[in-house]
Design a binder for this molecule. Structure first.
Ligand code: GLU
Length: 338
């Protein structure tokens, strides 16, 4: 357990990181996601959204540190893909899931309608087509049961029984889903989706519309860092043998079509969502949840990227790094991670 002194220093570091990035220049922000428009709309939301910002860290010891709007809810959006992929692996095993969705970075946009021509599989589970395929692999009797199961799993990851679908976000998403709908019909024609298109689409968009806070997000990330066991509640959210698969796909495909740049600069598995959130995992050590709605040209949170770059650099978290500028994390983790 960290001492009071370490906690205090950690909180100071976070506060300083927050202040510096809060001032990040507007010209780096390309847009904000407005549900229901299917695109970025800077002018309408910039004023109210620009200041929203939170950074949370959760260690595999179950300690949580946060600064900023840590209790402000936002939709998981694409980050939900991580957890549903894990559920598909648990339900069907690696080989069967691999028949329906690959593990190759596509280099295409998240909503690409391009599939692997050799087998008609979506390239990976982190693009929309891949997530529509993993959603189709849910095994409940009906969509209501599937949704309950997904919510149950998300709640275990976060240790928060209150997580639920934001019905307003869902209605807006459903109202602008033609591209996902078109992708679904194409996949169904290839036999890659077996459920009714509208049902599967609604289940996918409902999971995207589940609201969390950045504190929830950090604990969800820490659960992945901790071999699938929530370090705060000690509940298992994902069978440990699938954690490796989920993290591998996050590492190569989790940051839209700048996943390569992220792997190069930050070097830890992560997933972002167009609501402006980033979930990042340092295996055996900690989970990071950052929320700031200003997006870059790829759809990634501008502040989120910068904050993660700096945390990775200062703590030497890049998987290929051999040094840390700041030794604070060492005593924070007494080593119960995987
Ligand atoms: N609801 C979004 C969609 O499928 C998710 C977008 C995202 O976060 O990438 O279009």
């Amino acid at each position: 357990m960290p001492t009071q002194d370490i906690r205090q220093r950690m909180n100071q570091r976070l506060a300083e990181l927050y202040e510096r990035h809060l001032a990040l220049h507007e010209d780096k922000i390309v847009g904000y996601y407005t549900p229901g428009t299917g695109n970025h709309k800077p002018e309408e939301t910039a004023e109210s959204e620009h200041k929203r910002f939170a950074i949370c860290l959760a260690t595999t010891d179950g300690e949580v540190f946060y600064v900023g709007d840590h209790d402000r809810p936002f939709a998981l959006q694409s980050i939900s893909k991580v957890f549903v992929y894990g559920m598909a692996l648990e339900a069907h095993g690696r080989d069967n899931v691999l028949k329906r969705v690959g593990v190759e970075p596509s280099g295409d946009a998240f909503n690409s309608i391009v599939f692997d021509e050799r087998n008609n599989r979506p390239y990976n589970p982190m693009v929309n087509a891949g997530a529509l395929a993993t959603t189709d692999l849910m095994e409940g009797e009906d969509p209501a049961e599937d949704l309950e199961r997904i919510l149950g799993v998300l709640r275990r990851y976060a240790g928060n029984e209150d997580l639920k679908v934001d019905e307003d976000v869902f209605a807006l998403e459903m109202g602008s889903a033609d591209r996902n709908r078109a992708t679904s019909y194409l996949m169904r024609s290839y036999g890659m989706i077996s459920h009714a298109v509208e049902e599967n689409l609604a289940l996918y968009l409902r999971q995207c519309s589940v609201c969390v806070t950045s504190r929830d997000l950090a604990v969800m990330a820490a659960t992945l860092a901790n071999g699938g066991v929530n370090p705060v509640t000690e509940e298992q959210a994902l069978a440990s043998r699938y954690v490796r698969d989920v993290l591998s796909v996050m590492h190569t495909c989790g940051m839209y079509d700048s996943a390569g740049q992220w792997a190069y600069e930050v070097g830890i598995p992560a997933k972002s969502g167009v609501s402006g959130a980033i979930l990042a995992v340092v295996p055996g050590k900690l989970g990071i949840g950052v929320f700031s709605p200003g997006l870059d040209v790829y759809g990634n949170s501008v502040r989120g990227i910068k904050v993660c770059e700096e945390i990775s650099e200062r703590l030497g978290l890049h998987i290929f790094a051999d040094d840390a500028e700041d030794a604070l994390l060492g005593p924070l983790n007494s080593g119960n991670g995987t």
